[in-house]
Design a protein around this ligand. Structure first.
Ligand code: KG4
Ligand code: ZN
Length: 356
């Protein structure tokens, strides 16, 4: 089963020299991600070389509802997944017979969408007679860093900040995680999306809020910086949403740019202070920021600047690896299978509230 991948997509293997053939890792992982509203399939060579990473976003389907409708998401994954698998294989120049391992997100996420991806992936593993591995989506986000910077190995402090999660995790080595803080209510991306809905900038609001904030005044609205000074590394973002709601009731004509800039100033300040403090407290020299909100330009700039001031290196994956994608799932699966010798039974079920 572990044959070398065709780089052409044709049945004829490309001619390679002896040396080159010896260098190419023949192990290909097919990764599947369907935990929310992205249908994504990737083909990874070895543990860090992305051959393809196809992401189909259902965002237009859900935009009119102002959030993801789980049943609509599930049904759309069912329709799109076979085509995305074909596209990922074609872009990788691989055939199903070249695949050595199938990895799919098993949680956390929406149960219906998880079930669709997991069943499809398990079916493929069964048909191809290759091992299957169910991946924790949060661990997947951390592996976006390994794809981006394979040489920057742990230990590091990780900040996973997305639409569903805000998590500080001490990573002693891949596979060995200690969660040191989490949100007690909304995730940072969730709060940004809800505030975006209030000011009518569509769903999800992160990228638009990022752009609007570029021309806004971050000091225009005095907003709270929840739990910034608290002794724990936990977060809370739902109060910020309420503060914006009350402010808008009194000031319905407030400029959207100023709201965006003020909201991001609060979110960025809290995330920056807490994650750098956690990095210091856990004696790490490196902070790794992953998840959809890690795409935020203001957060990236502030963390790099503040990190530089206190001697902490801050790393972010490329934007395409920050938001949900299957390459990070394939990377986590390949690591667990090859380095830790893990394999899952085909009876594995989705776990919507799986923790790290
Ligand atoms: O990681 P992700 O794709 O999905 C989850 O696992 O949740 O993250 C999606 C979240 C959304 O809340 C979206 O608004 C936010 O990431 N996001 C951003 C930006 N791009 C995406 N938030 C702030 N600034 C951005 N540029
Ligand atoms: Zn995610």
């Amino acid at each position: 089963m572990m044959r070398r991948a065709s780089t052409t997509g044709l049945d004829v293997e490309p001619r390679v020299t002896e040396t080159r053939a010896a260098e190419v890792d023949p192990f290909l992982t097919l990764g599947v991600e369907t935990s929310c509203d992205e249908t994504s399939v990737a083909v990874l060579r070895g543990e860090t070389e992305i051959l393809s990473n196809v992401v189909y976003s259902q965002v237009d389907l859900h935009a009119r509802y102002g959030g993801v409708v789980p049943e609509v998401a599930s049904r759309n994954h069912v329709v799109k997944l076979p085509y995305i698998v074909d596209e990922a294989l074609a872009r990788a120049g691989a055939r199903t017979a070249d695949i050595s391992l199938v990895a799919a997100t098993k949680g956390p996420g929406l149960v219906g969408p998880l079930l669709v991806g997991l069943c499809h992936a398990k079916g493929m593993a069964y048909a191809l007679r290759v091992p299957f591995i169910g991946v924790n989506h949060l661990e997947g986000h951390l592996f976006a860093h390994r794809l981006q910077n394979p040489d920057l190995e742990p230990p590091f402090l990780g900040l996973v900040v997305s639409g569903g999660h805000t998590l500080l995790v001490d990573v002693a080595r891949y596979g060995d995680y200690h969660v040191v803080g989490t949100t007690v209510d909304d995730a940072a991306g969730e709060a940004i999306d809800k505030i975006g809905k209030m000011i009518g900038i569509g769903y999800p609001a992160g990228a638009k809020m990022d752009e609007l904030a570029m021309s806004g005044d971050p000091k225009a609205i005095p907003l709270p910086r929840p739990m910034e000074g608290a002794p724990s590394f936990d977060f809370s973002f739902s109060g910020l949403k309420t503060a914006v709601l009350y402010h808008l009731r009194k000031n319905p004509r407030e400029k959207r740019e100023d709201i965006a800039a003020s909201v991001l100033a609060s979110v960025v300040s809290v995330l920056t202070k807490k994650s750098l403090e956690a990095t210091r407290r856990f004696h790490r020299r490196r902070l790794v920021v992953v998840g959809g909100v890690a795409a935020n330009a203001h957060l990236r700039a502030e963390l790099v600047a503040e990190g530089g001031r206190c001697g902490i290196e801050v790393h972010f994956p490329a934007i395409s690896l920050c938001t949900d994608n299957a390459a990070m799932i394939a990377a986590a699966g390949a690591f667990r299978h090859r380095e830790l010798g893990e394999v899952d039974a085909l009876s594995v079920s989705p776990d919507p509230s799986l923790s790290l």
